[in-house]
Design a protein around this ligand. Sequence first.
Ligand code: CUA
Length: 302
Amino acid sequence: MKPAAGDAAQSIETVTWVLFGGGLLIFLGVMLLLAWSLRSRATSVRPRLWVWGGGVVFPALVLAALFAWVLPRMPAWKPVPPADALIVTVKAHMWWWEVRYRDTVTGADVVTANEIRIPVGKPVYFALTSADVIHSFWVPQLAGKMDMLPGRMQHLLVTAQQPGVWRGQCAEFCGAQHAQMALHVVGLQPQAFDAWLAAQARPAAAPATPRQLQGRDAFLAQRCNACHTVRGVSDEGRLGPDLTHFGSRLHLGAGILENTPEGRARWLAHIQQIKSGARMPSYDRLDAPTLEALGDWLGALQ
Ligand code: CUA
């Protein structure tokens, strides 16, 4: 079992162990009684005492006590975010995650996808919704799961307790590629987080080599920009993930491939084999140098 990295997950872990420990004690007690009844030829069992005492009073007391103990540990249904909380809006799509931050300097939205970075030790208020069907946001090491419903905002309040990378997964069946709808949350020290967010707010880096230039031209020539925004290159795409700083992400395809030259090449040419039914077609009709240039340019979008 991976250790909890967020306060909400920590509380779930504590409750789990207490309930497990209590259940174990009761199980051992029952086993002892069983062993005792098998060994002794007791004839003086008082059935009323055991049925009412052991079958009604005892479980009622134990369950009531556990209920009273667990109740204050449940997460708030509508948590009130502290004034200094970072607000992150996550909108689920079939089958990827749109992630939105507010740039505190300019007030503009900073949009990214499939990877959420958060500062350690600061409360993060996730506002969760969906663009199409019901999905569910679940990063087990940070918090319990929360459904993402179209036309509605749900909330999770989480504080990461240490830096790290935690895998998340859509936890509500949402179609053919539900299982391949993963995400990663990266916990950063506050300073590193501020630097990252400032970088994400900037437009895309200009191509630095002829090959990257060729990749950017292919992106426009193939009309990739009809679905994908790369700020500074084309702002019209709304259907697919924002790729402005794609190269800075650890994974692609909603957490399923590593963001390496090999991963990008496989993804561009064979997406329909890897994630059949995704809205993007396989670009295996492009020649190898063009695909390589595209992958190169995307990787350079730091
Ligand atoms: Cu999205 Cu399952």
